[in-house]
Design a protein around this ligand. Sequence first.
Ligand code: ADP
Length: 309
Amino acid sequence: MTTMTMHRATREPIIEVSDLRKTYDGRAVVDGVSFTVEEGEIFGFLGLNGAGKTTTVECVEGLRVPDSGRVRVAGLDPVADHEAVTGILGVQLQESALQSKLTVQEALELCSAFYPRPLDWKPLAERLGLTAKLTTRFGKLSGGQKQRLFIALALIGSPRIVVLDELTTGLDPRARRDTWELIEDVRNSGVTVILVTHFMEEAQRLCDRIALIDKGRITALDSPHGLVDRSPGSTVISFTPSAPLDNEDLAALPALRSVEHKEERITLSGTDETVNAVISLLVSKRITAHQLRVSDATLDDAFLDLTEV
Ligand code: ADP
């Protein structure tokens, strides 16, 4: 990977969406969604399948026409100014859009031709580790190589914003981590990234801010850390007590969210207050806590708390 210049995010909204609505067959699949994306951030949409993530993002891309609401991309209306928006916004192709016999180089050349000011595809291929694969047919690439090609194709028009939808689905952990590094590299080059995902770990690792989408609505919008903090069980403590603890004593702990027993091991979630109280309880009972672990809840926990499953 070649080195790239670090840019500081300018923190100006480049995407503005207010009260976006889209209905299919009388059912609101996007139901009053509002958010802004600042230039230079990685902004994630996280939600279960069918939550309305892709519909929202495709309204931003101008690929779907909203029933109502206002969408602006760099001040432009993606439907009325579709051509201008296409020049600003790089969209990830779906796998079905590329013929399997096309080579990597042919795909890069073909896509360059769509844009007025395409990037030089050779350094782009180099940056994405595709130089050795230029003559390989798309159908023969591994999952990780295909994803790298999709990132290259999304960037070839020199966009200010790039939209990546379920980019790492189906990748092995190594290829997923490599793809994450590439996405960070893209953002560090000054491109705003919109990431649609249902992987918590991916959202937590990459996103500056995450919009949790549930049934067509944004249920929370915050930094990954902020979302975890909102979760009522934001601190988790687990230990194996040297003698059994009374269930009633545990249930009486302040701000307790959940208690789980697995053989001798006890895991409690709550707040820092819960943790302090359980430690006092152990001291007062002269019970030792073996393998004591205190950790923050994960985005998984926050997601479950903030989404009606
Ligand atoms: P997500 O990206 O979160 O998985 P989508 O935005 O793809 O969700 O879909 C949201 C809901 O809208 C789903 O229930 C889906 O079946 C429905 N939907 C999406 N596109 C259409 C369409 N063109 N016609 C009818 N229903 C649609």
